[in-house]
Design a protein around this ligand. Structure first.
Ligand SMILES: Cc1cc2nc3c(=O)[nH]c(=O)nc-3n(C[C@H](O)[C@H](O)[C@H](O)COP(=O)(O)OP(=O)(O)OC[C@H]3O[C@@H](n4cnc5c(N)ncnc54)[C@H](O)[C@@H]3O)c2cc1C
Length: 442
């Protein structure tokens, strides 16, 4: 069958790859001139299977309220006259309890594991290189109270079979000696040795090139303006050449919507109400002056909720979230402050290691759902499939989300316990909460 994939981020390209593997004809449409030029461009680079807790937990409302007035807070909610923002916010509050947290973590761990296997197989098959480092993720804490909560969170994750180890300060420094200058401020950490890091943009663009070699058609600089429906089916996709303005209709047998945060407004016009809202994040990428003194283990700084990942001779610092609509500006006062805060924090942690004079700043919109669980599966419209809403974990879940959807579309059953669209989640063991771990972020 001929499948039209809308969106060439990590999710769309991974879906295209796995559809080709299943023997389908694939056309990929994106408004950008290449793959991975929006949210998959400069993220935190972490393949974070074992640090996957959603923002929504029983302690989150209190924290968000406390942060409401602080411009530099890790999670900033800017109330707008936007019913979609309020719907998202209310659903988020509905997830802030132990039972929902447990349900969500269970699915995120399952998808993460499946996706990690999928990624490893894909890399083994293709030999794609993308600054991959299989050195684990180290979460370090600068206060005793946060470390205690982090240690309890590790205990919770171990119940799901996640190997998250609790480390004292010396052990943290043994795992990543580059932290030694900041060492006296560190109270402890948690470490997940099986996690990894790598450049999502490089990976996605190389995979897109391989898709093209295997026969996929790419329509770049082509905006999706609308989707036409007739008789309960999608009859075509209206696309526009972004240079000439020429409009035409593309027709396939099946369609996949993988346009990140933009999936929700487009599908609303078809009466499909996906609860995806953009959460703006930032990153700074800097050249290293002293590569030998820079970290190689991917890091999570609990105080600022930022990820720090080594990508060759550069370092990437990423994090913070603003729920403030579809703004991708870097020029406003808040954006400038948030970007500079990433650089300042890096300098405090690793003095003199990076060239802070010319950071590459970037912002992207995480396609966030209140649960952090993506929509993967068939929509109410028979030949329209969804792969969107991957929030903080789209890079981690990219390979597996593509594989799972391609399998579903091919009539196969993906090997993971997950609530695909329209399906109930298989029953779980009763849950006994042990802690209210702080949300991970990057
Ligand atoms: C600061 C930050 C740090 C992050 N860190 C991590 C991390 O460390 N690990 C992790 O796993 N995840 C991380 N993420 C999340 C991850 O980057 C996203 O979940 C992921 O990139 C989403 O991929 P996507 O393919 O759904 O969206 P995108 O990459 O945005 O792709 C969607 C594509 O659709 C196209 N598109 C949209 N609308 C249209 C239209 N109308 N017509 C044509 N084309 C259209 C866009 O051009 C784009 O190419 C981070 C995100 C941010 C912002």
């Amino acid at each position: 069958m001929h499948v039209i994939v809308l969106g060439a981020g990590i999710i769309g390209i991974s879906t295209a790859w796995h559809l080709l593997q299943q023997g389908h004809d694939v056309t990929v449409v994106d408004r950008q001139p290449d793959a991975a030029l929006e949210t998959s461009f400069a993220n935190g680079a972490q393949i974070s299977v074992s640090f996957c807790e959603p923002w929504a937990n029983a302690g989150a409302p209190w924290k968000v309220a406390k942060w409401l007035l602080r411009d530099d807070s890790p999670l900033l909610f800017r109330p707008k006259l936007d019913p979609h923002q309020w719907r998202w916010g209310l659903s988020f509050l509905g997830q802030c309890n132990d039972a929902a947290f447990e349900r969500n973590v269970r699915q995120l761990v399952a998808l993460g594991r499946y996706s990690h296997e999928s990624l490893k197989a894909l890399v083994a098959d293709t030999g794609i290189e993308y600054q991959r480092l299989e050195r684990g993720i180290l979460h370090f804490f600068s206060s005793a109270a946060d470390f205690e909560a982090g240690a309890q969170g590790a205990e919770l994750m171990r119940r799901y079979g996640v190997d998250r180890r609790v480390l004292g300060r010396d052990e943290v420094l043994a795992v990543e000696p580059a932290l030694r200058a900041f060492g006296p401020n560190i109270h402890g950490g948690t470490f997940t040795p099986s996690d990894e890091s790598g450049d999502a943009q490089v990976f996605t663009q190389k995979l897109a090139a391989l898709c093209r070699q295997r026969g996929a058609t790419f329509l770049y600089e082509t905006a999706v303006d609308g989707i036409d429906q007739a008789g309960g089916h999608i009859s075509g996709v209206r696309v526009r050449d972004v240079h000439t303005g020429l409009v035409r209709t593309l027709v396939g047998d099946q369609y996949v919507a993988a346009m990140g945060s933009y999936t929700a407004p487009l599908l609303r016009r078809l009466g499909l109400w996906l609860n995806i809202y953009p959460a703006k994040g930032y990153s700074a990428t800097m050249k290293l002056k002293r590569p030998g003194d820079a970290s190689v283990v991917s890091l999570l700084d609990d105080t600022r909720k930022i990820a720090i990942s080594r990508l060759g001779d550069t370092i990437r610092i990423a994090g913070t979230a603003e729920l403030a609509g579809y703004d991708t500006g870097l020029d406003g006062a808040t954006a400038r402050r948030r970007c500079q805060a990433l650089v300042d924090r890096y300098e405090a942690l690793f003095p003199g290691v990076a060239d802070t004079s010319e950071p590459n700043f970037w912002t992207g919109l995480r396609p966030s759902t209140p649960t952090n669980i993506p929509y993967i599966g068939r929509s109410r419209i028979g030949n329209l499939w969804l792969n969107a809403g991957h929030g903080t974990l789209g890079w981690t879940h990219g390979a597996g989300s593509g594989q799972a959807l391609a399998e579903l579309m091919s009539g196969l059953r993906p090997a993971l316990s997950f609530g695909f669209c329209g399906e109930a989640l298989p029953a779980a063991r009763p849950f006994v909460p042990v802690a209210r771990p702080s949300a991970q972020q990057s």
